[in-house]
Design a protein around this ligand. Structure first.
Ligand SMILES: *Cc1c(COP(=O)(O)O)cnc(C)c1O
Length: 463
């Protein structure tokens, strides 16, 4: 969002496109227009709405460097609003003719990023990563009925919850001190012989850890199970292999060999909320979705997206916004979109190295971030003190308009010199500071962010 709304190009661009769109319906009889009185009432409500919306953290600004929040691209905002004039529903072509086509193209573009080409995959957009993962695990349960789902204990909590919803047994595999699934622990679970699906997370929500996918695939050859990749956060990092360390690069390179993939365009893909995506390598899983609808599938013999989706009504506008964004910024290695990801990653590495040089703080002991999420603890005598100080630094930063996040991590992931060792320390959680540097602008803003962070830390820790 530009500081000065008068300089926001979106309304002007939108007005021009809306005129072009309206023009295509000009042969219809005119309908009543909004009267000046109605417009006045709407203006009053919008004024009130704007006042309410001011009560937010400034997610659009580089000083928001906390949770996974990245502003949608202006073209996505404009295309979404343009589609709202039509408000298409991508359940069936009956409700969203153009936008269903645009969804199919946008999803094919994402699939291509993962090395899959139509018609040799099946996929569609969803309203979220949660629903996308729900579909992937639902298909997994249909394909391997009665067998367990495994995911790392650092996987998103949604997997254990979804498994419960689907009445599938779920097991959590311990993570190592970098937050990656522990392969020995995985193999001892596999030896029990009842595992149907392993969820590999490429980019965990807490710290951006990348599970060792090539090794998990090697275990699949021996034990036979489905592999689902949850790359809701990390999926787009496949576009910047040269910016990643070797283990993460190998994991993203192997993604084309898995059975299903989830990625969230509304996380790193510059989209408004309401845009997840699920992909299956075997188009034959479409058979699990088979259903009849007495209401919907009439206007076309072509595939209606509702025939391969658990959700019925879905925002066609989300597909339109994604399609338009991909036209402007294709998801290709070396492109402008990929360069934006690489900029955030450089910002994360820079912040991590400054923290490593700072006596007040301690980033992860085992190494630098795998993607663009930085976590660090405050040095203190005890776990409790460290956690309390992290909270106070966080609050002081927020008071200064610098917005970070907090996360609870196992104490053993940090050097233990300053806290008594405890064999049970994996269970001892320490509150740490966390920053997701996912905006391209975070790179050029890092000096200012650091300056503000140090000033806040001085206030709390320099006493
Ligand atoms: C965000 C996230 C999810 C959940 O996706 P939503 O779009 O928030 O529903 C699942 N898995 C991972 C790894 C995530 O980062």
């Amino acid at each position: 969002m530009p500081q000065d709304p008068a300089k926001d190009p979106v309304p002007g661009l939108l007005a021009a496109a809306a005129a072009r769109l309206a023009n295509q319906f000009s042969d219809l009889p005119a309908t009543p227009e909004i009267t000046p009185a109605e417009a006045g009432s709407i203006a009053a409500v919008l004024e009130e709405t704007a006042v309410r919306l001011g009560d937010n953290y400034p997610y659009f600004h580089p000083f928001y460097a906390g949770q996974m929040l990245k502003p949608p691209h202006p073209v996505a905002r404009a295309a979404y609003a343009l589609a709202m004039v039509i408000n298409p529903n991508n359940h069936a072509r009956d409700g969203g003719r153009a936008s269903s086509e645009m969804e199919i193209e946008a999803v094919a573009h994402i699939a291509r990023m993962f090395g899959w080409e139509a018609p040799d995959f099946l996929g569609h957009l969803t309203s979220s990563g949660t629903i996308a993962n729900l579909e992937a695990l639902w298909v997994a349960g249909q394909a391997n009925p009665g067998r367990r789902i495994l995911a790392s204990e650092q996987a998103h909590y949604t997997h254990s919850r979804i498994s419960a919803v689907l009445k599938l047994d779920f097991g959590a595999v311990p993570a190592d001190n970098r937050g990656r699934m522990d392969l020995d622990a995985l193999e001892s679970e596999l030896k029990k012989g009842d595992v149907g699906t392993v969820v590999a997370t490429l980019g965990t929500t807490a710290i951006g850890a990348v599970d060792p996918l090539p090794e998990i695939l090697a275990l699949r050859d021996r034990y036979g199970f489905r592999v689902h990749v949850d790359a809701a956060y990390g999926g787009y990092f496949r576009l910047i292999p040269d910016s990643l360390d070797e283990p993460a690069r190998r994991a993203f390179a192997a993604i084309d060999q898995v059975d299903s993939i989830v990625v969230d365009p509304h996380k790193h893909g510059l989209q408004p909320y309401g845009c997840g995506c699920v992909l299956f390598r075997d188009p034959g899983v479409g058979r699990f979705y088979k259903h009849d609808s007495p209401y919907t599938y009439f206007t076309s013999k072509d595939l209606h997206l509702g025939e391969i989706s658990l959700e019925c009504s879905r925002a066609g506008a989300a597909a339109v916004a994604l399609w338009a964004t991909q036209r402007l910024l294709p998801n290709v290695a070396g492109g402008e979109f990929a360069q934006g990801l690489a900029a955030g990653r450089r910002a994360a590495l820079e912040l991590d190295s400054r923290l490593r040089a700072d006596p007040w703080f301690q980033p992860l002991a085992a190494g630098s971030p795998e993607l663009d999420i930085v976590v660090w603890k405050v040095q203190a005598d005890t776990l409790q003190q460290s956690s309390d100080l992290a909270q106070r630094v966080f609050d002081e930063c927020a008071r200064r308009n610098l917005h970070l996040a907090l996360v609870q991590l196992p104490q053993q992931w940090f050097r233990t010199g300053d806290v008594p060792f405890d064999s049970n320390s994996g269970k001892n959680l320490i509150t740490c500071l966390r920053s997701v540097l996912m905006k391209p602008a975070h790179e050029s803003w890092l000096d200012l962010i650091w300056q503000e962070f140090k000033a806040a830390s001085q206030q709390i820790l320099g006493e």
